[in-house]
Design a protein around this ligand. Structure first.
Ligand code: UD1
Ligand code: CA
Length: 431
């Protein structure tokens, strides 16, 4: 069924206690609003996002992820018509049915939204909870929904109700447009509530269908506690999918994987690992407490405690503990310990000794280090970029490389060691 979708994202989000608008707070690395739009786009070509608080910032942040052509951003007349009902006023949906989503529901999935495809004036979503605090309560009498009462307007008995309004509704568009102007703000928050339309439908003897949904998919996020709880659910979803597809995860509850990451083949992800942004892991082993951000790992192993920063591509490479790579193209490289490999290309068979640093930054610009095949880099070398080291070069431990090295050479620039006899005893005294 083709339907219009309105996503409510204009609220200030006071309960988040933050200067950042609520819908920009992130779940698994992406703003909450991103998820509502992503799922909405799967089922509709008429999507309106309602903004008000820091509208410009929200629009700019979201436009990064979607081409704007198929999303209409509109500004709510919040001064005159605050509230979830006010947010929908003035919008002209294209289709006969209009689905309204709160934007603070990052766990929503398109297949759950399809469950609203029923013939009724209003299809509303209901949660059965042990404790419904924070949600609007659904008042049910003789098995029929009567109305929704918001937490702030509820009396003592109503507060005990454990059936909650999940916050997604499908309206007959005609009914919606006819009844929105009838909303009033005579409630505790002096707001125009979309939820009052339920009572209107009942008094007009219209068809109302409640559908029961789970918090797993419909959880509303109002506070940072909710944000953390929703992220746990979202993380489990991401990790379970990878594990079902053959990825091994050690202590998965300690692993953090962002939306957008891909893991393929026989990969192993150990405890405490973070895979960020658009990291791609193919047939690789990421050991304890390592971080990979926006980089590709192919047939490689890293860690424990290695960090691969954006723009890197590792192929058949081993990075050991405390090795950091950034914009590094490493093909068949071994760097076992304590190194910084930034803005570099290193080729097959090259061994990077402990404590090797690419000095890529001169205080103003970044420069490249290029290292060929089968180079042996002794411990504690500095490679002052821009610099090229050709194939088959030996760098003696402690060498500071300041010019290009042609193939076949040994480079060494240590100061000669000198022995001063009995100096120890002169300095510290004899026992
Ligand atoms: C709302 C429902 C409540 C339901 C809950 C489910 C109302 C009156 N109450 O309450 O019954 O149990 O969601 O999560 O609808 N927004 C606007 N403009 C506004 C105010 C809010 O666009 O003027 C947006 C917010 O950005 C948010 C959504 O509407 O994405 C819901 O607003 P929120 O204040 O979180 O409503 P709740 O109190 O959670
Ligand atoms: Ca909410």
């Amino acid at each position: 069924m083709n339907k219009s979708i309105i996503i409510l994202a204009a609220g200030a989000g006071t309960r988040m206690k933050s200067t950042l608008p609520k819908v920009l707070h992130k779940i698994s690395g992406k703003p909450m609003l991103y998820y509502s739009i992503k799922e909405a786009l799967k089922i509709s070509d008429d999507i309106t996002v309602v903004l008000y608080h820091q509208a410009k910032l929200v629009e700019e942040s979201i436009k990064k992820y979607f081409s704007k052509d198929n999303i209409n951003f509109v500004i709510q007349d919040h001064e005159n018509y605050p509230g979830t009902g006010g947010a929908v006023m003035g919008i002209k949906p294209k289709y006969e049915k209009t689905l309204v989503l709160n934007a603070d529901m990052p766990l929503i999935q398109a297949n759950e939204l399809e469950k609203f495809d029923l013939e009724a004036t209003i299809v509303m979503s209901v949660l059965k909870l042990e404790d419904a605090s924070g949600y609007g309560r659904v008042v049910i009498e003789n098995g029929n929904v009567k109305r929704i009462v918001e937490q702030k307007d509820a009396n003592e008995n109503e507060l005990k109700i454990t059936t909650a309004n999940a916050g997604i509704y499908q309206f007959d568009t005609k009914f919606l447009l006819e009844n929105l102007p009838k909303l009033t703000n005579s409630n505790a928050q002096k707001e125009y509530y979309i939820t009052d339309l339920i009572e209107f439908a009942i008094s007009q003897k219209r068809d109302l269908k409640p559908i029961f949904v789970s918090e797993e998919n419909f959880k509303g996020v109002n506070s940072k506690v909710d944000l953390a709880l929703a992220e746990v659910i979202h993380q489990n979803r991401i990790k379970n999918e990878f594990m079902s597809n053959g990825v091994i995860m050690r202590l998965p509850e300690t692993i953090y994987i962002e939306e957008g990451v891909k893991i393929e083949g026989e990969s192993i992800i150990e405890n405490g690992v973070s895979l960020l942004s658009n990291a791609i892991i193919i047939n690789s082993h990421v050991k304890t407490n390592s971080i990979v951000e926006d980089s590709i790992l192919e047939d490689s192993d890293i860690g424990p405690m290695a960090r691969v920063r954006p723009g890197s591509h590792l192929k058949g490479t081993h990075l050991g503990n405390f090795v950091e790579a950034k914009k590094a193209k490493l093909n068949g490289v071994k760097a076992g310990h304590l190194s910084y490999l930034g803005d570099c290309e290193i080729d097959e068979g090259t061994n990077v000794g402990a404590g090797c640093i690419t000095c890529n930054y001169d205080g103003v610009n970044k420069h490249k280090t290029i290292i060929g095949k089968n180079v042996f880099i002794g411990s504690d070398c500095q490679l002052v970029a821009p610099v090229t080291i050709e194939d088959n070069v030996l760098l003696a431990a402690g060498t500071c490389v300041t010019k290009d090295i042609p193939s076949g050479n040994l480079a060494i620039n240590r100061a000669p060691m000198k022995l001063v006899k009995n100096f120890y005893y002169k300095f510290f005294g004899k026992e």
